[in-house]
Design a protein around this ligand. Structure first.
Ligand code: F6P
Length: 539
């Protein structure tokens, strides 16, 4: 029998079990279902899993040649088959001396060269050697990008706010809605502002529109075309488009087509991060990711954090039919991590065609969502505890705060621990009844409200606990998620590295835009025609 058949049978067998039964049956459950790796503690004991299930999940991973595929990625094979590209974000943080070849050429010298160029630039900006067109020091940096050229840098910069370099204010513009960039113009002075145009392709409509608006705004502030080189830099794979925009090659920081957009914060796309937190801290971020890369590549599957994490997600998605996964960082700084993970996970694995071009007959991908704790406890946690759907939750916490203020941090962590426990243990009708009796309620009153206060519990969660939210720790967290997405892509047999699903909307938007600006007869469906007409007539 195939591993999938066996897992289906297993699910049937244990679907009425309670996670607490697993704890009762195994006094060493926590030790057996957790991993310590350097300063990361990953507790996956509060799940519907046992050794048999994990073994079957690994069997599925082996059937899909997981280890060969990990090797293929790390050695630069062109695993992104629809674009005929290697997938080498791991090369961007490869601190070993080992070469990595693409088409017979070692990519590492170029990677190091760009990192060095970035470092020199960052240090010049910070020291004041790089000056604006009126001889003033740069105080504001505006990153213009979208998707992978925005979410990673914006998330990391916010997460590492405690490491912020003094005297540099960061701004991120992504939306084509003019309100986004206009609100930034109100806060900056052209003489002291550096614009970073971040776009892998340098063709993305939103980014190019915002870039041209920024350029026009800059020129309207008593600056000339010649001054552009002091205030605009580009991060891209498209040299000629950068030149056409007016950015000279010295101001261009290159990366390569084997860096996927959503995996690009480690590349030149990370320039805004380095400007925000300084070069040493940026390198620390890369080192954190490198540590996990080594772990992912070499640890046995049953001690491998990204692998186990991915297998648990696959188990829930494909055998329990749970289509969503909440990620809740108990850290205000990490509030935008779920947003970043949405692109990472959903753009990678939201695919119904497998790598061989077949329509799959099983679910793939999942809805990733979340928000920082404790805020989220007061918004959607009701749904997690008593909603009709079960959503596995992944908690992320840090033992120490960046700066301890009174009891805040202990209270924050207490909430995280309590939520994970509450999801699992729930509250029985008997407990509710005893509680209400002790409050002096009559039996009639108790019967009326009892069921509303019952928590079924038995809802799974994982906990990631790290020492502190440092650049290195954040590098590790992101790398765990990247590799988890990779493993799940292998299990689902999809290409996690293309994103054709976003193309159609882009093409149609261009057509609609041209039609809004013309009087030609519309031949869409009636709904689309009517709305275009309303916009044309502004009513
Ligand atoms: O949304 C599609 C997408 O291609 C993403 O994959 C990418 O991160 C984003 O657009 C931005 O692309 P670029 O960096 O080329 O501007």
């Amino acid at each position: 029998m195939e591993c999938k058949e066996k897992l289906k049978k297993y699910q049937e067998k244990i679907k009425e079990y309670n996670i607490l039964d697993f704890f009762r049956a195994d006094a060493k459950r926590v030790k057996n279902y957790s991993i310590h790796f350097n300063d990361i503690y990953f507790d996956y004991s509060k799940n519907y899993i046992n050794k048999d299930i994990l073994n079957l999940l690994m069997e599925c991973a082996n059937q899909n040649h997981l280890q060969d595929k990990i090797k293929a990625m790390f050695t630069g094979e062109k695993i992104n088959i629809t674009e005929n590209r290697a997938v080498l974000h791991i090369a961007l943080r490869n601190f070993s001396k080992n070469p990595i070849f693409v088409d017979g050429v070692d990519v590492m010298p170029k990677v190091r060269e760009v990192l060095q160029k970035m470092q020199q630039f960052v240090e010049k900006v910070h020291s004041g050697e790089w000056l604006g067109f009126t001889g003033k020091k740069i105080t504001d940096v505006v990153n213009i990008g979208i998707g992978g050229s925005h979410l990673g840098p914006a998330m990391v910069t916010k997460a590492l706010i405690n490491y912020k370099v003094k005297g540099i204010n960061m701004h991120f513009v992504s939306n084509i809605d003019a309100d986004d960039i206009s609100s930034v113009f109100k806060k900056i002075n052209a003489e002291t502002t550096l614009f970073i145009i971040a776009s892998k392709t340098f063709t993305t409509l939103e980014t190019m529109t915002n870039a041209h608006t920024a350029r026009n705004w800059f020129l309207s502030q008593n600056a000339s075309e010649n001054d552009i080189q002091k205030h605009f830099v580009a991060l891209s794979t498209n040299k000629s488009a950068c030149r056409d925009f007016g950015i000279p090659s010295e101001n261009m920081f290159e990366f390569w087509n084997w860096v996927g957009g959503r995996y690009s914060l480690w590349s030149a796309i990370g320039l805004s991060i380095a400007l925000a937190i300084g070069w040493t801290n940026f390198e620390e971020l890369l080192h954190g990711a490198y540590e996990i890369d080594r772990h992912f590549e070499h640890a046995p599957l049953n001690e491998n954090i990204p692998v186990i994490y991915a297998l648990i997600g696959y188990w829930y998605r494909n055998f329990w039919n749970y289509s969503a996964n909440a990620v809740i960082p108990y850290s205000n700084e990490l509030a935008t991590l779920p947003e970043f993970l949405q692109q990472l996970d959903m753009e990678s694995n939201g695919k119904y065609v497998d790598i061989d071009g077949n329509i799959v007959n099983y679910p793939t991908g999942q809805l990733i969502w979340g928000e920082a704790g404790t805020n989220s406890q007061h918004s959607f946690f009701q749904y997690l505890h008593q909603g009709t759907d079960i959503i596995p939750v992944d908690f992320i916490g840090f033992i120490s705060a960046f700066q301890e203020v009174g009891e805040h941090h202990k209270l924050l962590l207490s909430n995280m621990i309590a939520q994970s426990e509450a999801l699992m243990i729930g509250k029985s009708a008997n407990q509710v009844e005893t509680e209400l009796q002790s409050q002096g309620l009559s039996q009639a009153q108790i019967e009326k409200i009892k069921q509303h206060k019952v928590f079924r519990g038995n809802r799974p969660s994982n906990i990631f606990l790290l020492e502190k939210l440092t650049p290195r720790a954040l590098g590790k967290i992101i790398s765990i998620f990247e590799h988890k997405v990779f493993v799940q892509g292998v299990l689902w047999n999809v290409n996690s590295f293309d994103q054709w699903g976003v193309e159609l909307g882009k093409q149609l938007a261009t057509k609609v835009y041209n039609e809004i600006n013309s009087v030609e007869v519309l031949n869409h469906d009636n709904s689309t025609n009517y709305i275009i007409d309303m916009i044309r007539n502004k009513k």
